[in-house]
Design a protein. Sequence first.
Length: 478
Amino acid sequence: MKTSIRQLLESTEFDRQITLQGWVRNKRGNKNVGFLAINDGSSIKSIQVVVEMSTISDELWAKVTVGSCLSILGTLTQSQGSEQAVELQAQTIEVLGEAHPEEYPIQPKAHSFEFLRENAHLRIRTNTFGAVFRVRHALAFAIHQYFNDHGFFYWNSPIITGSDAEGAGEMFRVTTLDMRNLPKNEDGSIDFKQDFFAKSTHLTVSGQLEGELGALGLGLIYTFGPTFRAENSNTSRHLAEFWMIEPEMAFYDAKDNQDLAEDFVKYLFKYVLQKCPDDMKFLDERFQKENQGKKKEEQSEFGLLEKLNFVLDHDFARVTYTEAIDILYNSKANKKKKFKYPVEWGIDLQSEHERYLVEQHFKKPVIVTDYPKEIKAFYMKLNDDGKTVRAMDILVPGIGEMIGGSQREENYDKLLGRMQEMGIDPQELSWYLDTRKFGTAPHSGFGLGFERLVQFVTGMGNIRDVIPFPRTPQNAEF
Ligand code: 4AD
Ligand code: MG
């Protein structure tokens, strides 16, 4: 087995010969001795390599540049410097891959995130993106851990779907038809019977409906997969391809659902704070620096670590939609006409409203429940008032909505009624309705947007910077 730089930095077995490989992050020195910072991605920390200039030719040393990849044989020693405990005294250096300084775009200086997005194939080698993607991994691992520990089964809903029932957003079509020569029906419409699946198909916007099928046999399931929405929203919180975690639980009511979501999210924060202290410390410092450069009114009053710890130490606020509308209506912001969208019962909460609730009013995550049925999906359980449904959205500072979910309508007739009201063809979803016909059960679930979670935990301002290769309108590079 190879030893990573992360392991070497924790090692206390000195004066042994080792070989390490990695990329040069920094190069400095004088005519007698050179210092290299070598990073292999295993940790935010680089290892210091000390090179006696008398042992290396000028020609070889010139090829050792920032971004080049080296294999170094040397002796692991206790460092003399105060910056690090361990360093490597190089004996031989082999350049595995050069990175010409005039061409290599990632230099040891501050690059803008826009620039790094254009170089997304190389940005992985920066401190910030290394930290973000290691934390992203830790969160993914913690999600599986949490559900496994709580008796949930990992469930895979299809990615190609033949139903467009969720109504969560515009869908991407999946087809093998020849675009230049589409088969037509007599009425001029496209004849999808000749398409690959003999019907019209799309990429899924959510794994929920098939997740419900799973829960109504396995009891507790969760999905964790890619979802696709062809919304033309160019915001710092929207992707066209994003990952979603969707637990679905038989016998859970709306309150059980909220309790699970809160416990789950807090577990994830705690996990990352414990398992990724170096990356989180780095991201916290980055966040503070960025925050100081912002306008007063846009500044966060908390640091990143402070914010996560604060969330851990406090219960989420829980309010109904109706209470939330009252708070917004009576707010100073509303009286001073600060909201762009008017506040009245029945509106879909806009991002400005969500942010007011979490950032100004409650100053912590908020679970908003019982929304008007008109603005939510057909499958949400109708309340006795006939006007609202048992929905929940979890809103967090800086992001807005991170989770959306609900108790599901388990009554066959009511569900059918809602589908008809909303113009959804019951024939298309006969398999979904079957679960309400045969052994129906109360059940609930929610969807957590993975990138919004990573954004919240890493403090990154733009969702495009927490997924390796973002898909957004006009952009499918790499
Ligand atoms: O609120 P949404 O649309 O809910 C559903 O899809 C339900 N089927 C979930 C369920 O009950 N099983 O999406 C869930 C979450 C949102 O709260 C948000 O975090 C994220 O998915 N999300 C997006 N993330 C990035 N880019 C987008 N375009 C997103 N749209 C939703
Ligand atoms: Mg939603």
